[in-house]
Write a protein of this length. Structure first.
Length: 112
């Protein structure tokens, strides 16, 4: 349903209108803005504290999101082990639900 808007030729001398109605352009502009907003990786980083919960948010920090992998720094080895072995699938599921267009593949926990 994507309308292609053609440009008016440089030496146009016809009688037809060369303007476009805002109502014709606005839906496509809004779709483009919405897509660009959803594809921002910084939103994944900002949402990490909500995904992990307030208890563990102070002990973890989302550092980067690249190539479908979220890299998270963890403060101690016990938490690292628990997150890696038990909570990783649940956290991945939450992230995929919240950001379906980001193709989140993995969470990589690192000591730091």
């Amino acid at each position: 349903m994507k309308k292609k808007i053609r440009r008016t030729p440089k030496n146009y001398s016809g009688t037809a209108l060369t303007t476009h109605q805002l109502s014709d352009l606005l839906p496509q502009v809004l779709v483009n803005v919405n897509d660009a907003y959803k594809e921002r990786p910084d939103l994944v980083l900002a949402a990490w504290s909500d995904v992990i919960g307030p208890k563990l948010a102070s002990m973890t920090q989302a550092v980067s999101f690249y190539d479908g992998k979220l890299f998270v720094k963890v403060k101690n080895s016990t938490l690292f082990s628990l997150l890696n072995q038990h909570d990783k699938p649940k956290l991945l599921f939450k992230l995929k639900q919240q950001f379906p267009k980001h193709n989140i593949k993995n969470i990589v926990f690192k000591m730091g």
